[in-house]
Design a protein around this ligand. Structure first.
Ligand code: G3P
Ligand code: CA
Length: 337
């Protein structure tokens, strides 16, 4: 499992936390040659896809079975687990590198914190990677959202697959693999290993449970495509201005097309330059933006429904990632996109 060399040289934003977790007691602000082209199996879908972001996370605590179940009930084509790795090497569905925002870890393990500098202030954090899965499993991952969800547990990745199997696809995000590499874990190998054991490692293996892997970490996706030679669809997430300059230019898109089948830009990046969609499509790259939320529609939109409709029908994206799957426009008229 331990890799002899660092593979994520292009990623620097989380360097502080890498050292924090690999040693102890420091931190950073967290939240968040010639190559063959990707296989034809990655070609764009005939109709836009609806992705339930962290489940139906507007209505249930993110990354819990309740949230994923609700996302599927609300008609999502895919649910979206983010991946982290516990101290004993278990892949779990969880968003943050640390446990305190969405669990009761502070109450349950008050002494197991590290000091971290977050947005200029020293703060106590409880990293996922400091806890075994059995410890994490004891945490309440629901009460922070609403008392009615008290006792909700952090699921393993396998449990999320079982929720989705036969009912929805999996839009899986590798989160901060460089942090876990510094701790001796190989997220891509773990993920593909579990998918293989579950019979989902090949495109079309289970048509009722399609799999797409996404990441902000381009190196993670290159490793999946080129080192592991996966044929699964891969999507490069693009967040800030810096990443947009790197990946949404003509040259950036062309380079991305060497190892991914789609891009996932923040919706504001598409609003700033909608031409990126046509330019991506010209390279046969899908475009699935994030994150559409009823509580914060984009500037200029009176509702998230109107915003989603604009992206689908006017801009022509290939899918929508939303906390509110129930508000997805009923008429999916962008057939053939
Ligand atoms: O699918 C893209 C979206 O999930 C990325 O943002 O921070 O919610 O993982 P985040
Ligand atoms: Ca995510």
């Amino acid at each position: 499992m331990v890799r002899p060399e660092r593979r994520y040289a292009t990623r620097t934003a989380l360097t502080g936390l890498v050292f924090c977790l690999a040693a102890a007691g420091c931190a950073t602000d967290i939240d968040n040659g010639e190559r063959d082209a990707p296989p034809a199996a990655d070609a764009r879908s005939p109709a836009p896809i609806l992705v339930a972001h962290r489940g139906a996370s507007a209505y249930a605590p993110e990354h819990t079975v309740a949230s994923y179940e609700l996302g599927i009930e609300q008609g999502a084509d895919y649910i979206e687990p983010d991946l982290h790795i516990t101290a004993d090497g278990v892949l779990i569905a969880f968003h943050d590198l640390t446990l305190e925002r969405t669990t009761d870890v502070e109450d349950r393990f008050p002494d197991r914190y590290r000091e971290a500098e977050i947005r200029g202030e020293m703060t106590r954090v409880w990293p996922v990677s400091d806890f075994t899965f059995d410890e994490i499993r004891t945490l309440d991952a629901g009460s922070w959202f609403d008392p009615s969800f008290a006792g909700a547990r952090v699921p393993t990745f396998r449990e999320v697959v079982e929720v989705a199997r036969g009912r929805a696809g999996l839009f899986i995000e590798t989160k901060s693999p460089e942090v876990y590499e510094a701790l001796g874990f190989d997220m891509e190998t773990l993920l593909l290993g579990e998918l293989a054991e579950l019979g989902l490692a090949e495109p079309g293996a289970d048509p009722s449970t399609p799999v797409i892997i996404q990441s902000f970490n381009a190196a993670s996706l290159e490793i999946l495509r080129h080192d592991h030679e996966t044929r699964l669809p891969l999507a490069l997430l693009v967040g800030g201005e810096e990443a947009a300059s790197e990946w949404l230019s003509e040259e950036g898109l062309a380079r991305a097309a060497e190892f991914v089948s789609g891009i996932g830009p923040a919706k504001n990046l598409i609003m700033a330059d909608p031409s990126v969609v046509a330019r991506a499509h010209a390279l046969d790259l899908t475009v699935v933006p994030w994150t559409f939320r009823a509580r914060s529609p984009g500037e200029g939109f009176t509702s998230v429904e109107a915003e989603m409709l604009h992206f689908l029908e006017e801009i022509g994206v290939d899918g929508i990632i939303t906390d509110n799957p129930d508000l997805y426009p009923a008429t999916r008229t962008a057939e053939g996109v």
